[in-house]
Design a protein around this ligand. Sequence first.
Ligand code: PEP
Ligand code: MN
Length: 282
Amino acid sequence: MNTATDKTIRNGAASPHPLVSAHGRQPAVVRARGLVLGGGPLGVIAGPCSVESRSQLLDLAHVVRESGARGLRGGAFKPRTSPYSFQGLKEKGLELLALAREQTGLAVVTEVMAPEQVPLVARYADVLQIGARNMQNYPLLEAAGAAGLPVLLKRGPAATMEEFLFAAEYVLKAGDGQVILCERGIRSFEDHVRFTLPLASVPHLKSVTHLPVVVDPSHGTGHAHLVAPMARAAVAAGADGLLVEIHADPARALSDGPQALTPDEYRRMLAECQAVAAALGR
Ligand code: PEP
Ligand code: MN
């Protein structure tokens, strides 16, 4: 009998996705180095959209560490809409992330785009990110799930909650590991934002699963001035953590500059989010 079937029977649940189901379970707490997602305190993962250079990443990693956050994000393999856009530093970017971890102790969260990249990325990452475009790449979900690291799974921009839960189920079924769900916004008719950030998904996911839920207000809005208000709203809605893009010089960022917070804006946002969390007894 496979593990999934076994767990279904033990839970007595008829859920179509028994491993992600909240049924009879304590909320999961995912830990990677000092990063804790779930269980009360707000977990924060911040960093650039893309790893661009040694000094860019190390300077931002120190900003993140000094802010009290414990997770460092940064893409080395970048899924870009245009094949002519910056595609990431690839393994060189992973090496820089590992160097940043060595200097700061931050947990490295970075994207893996293909099943065959999993062994390489897993050698450097503390948490494997699966991007929105790959949420239903089932071989990738299985390879990441079997890698022995927590997986941060981003919601596909056109995926329903049910499809999102099934994607998480693939990851858990493949390896008995841990998953962090990330709401990062969906496609809608609305065009004043890059994506529409549906925050009702936070309490919904918290009620139907035992998995930690993180919100990405950067991709979820696409505009730096909307990031802090939506981050505060995400915390108020019960998010276990935030994934936020920052850059020292957003106008010169090689990807996603318009949605990047400067270090000062990021620190202000974090203080506001901590105040919201404290007001809610977290
Ligand atoms: C990212 O986190 O930089 C990213 C590419 O996100 P998404 O997959 O949500 O578009
Ligand atoms: Mn980005």
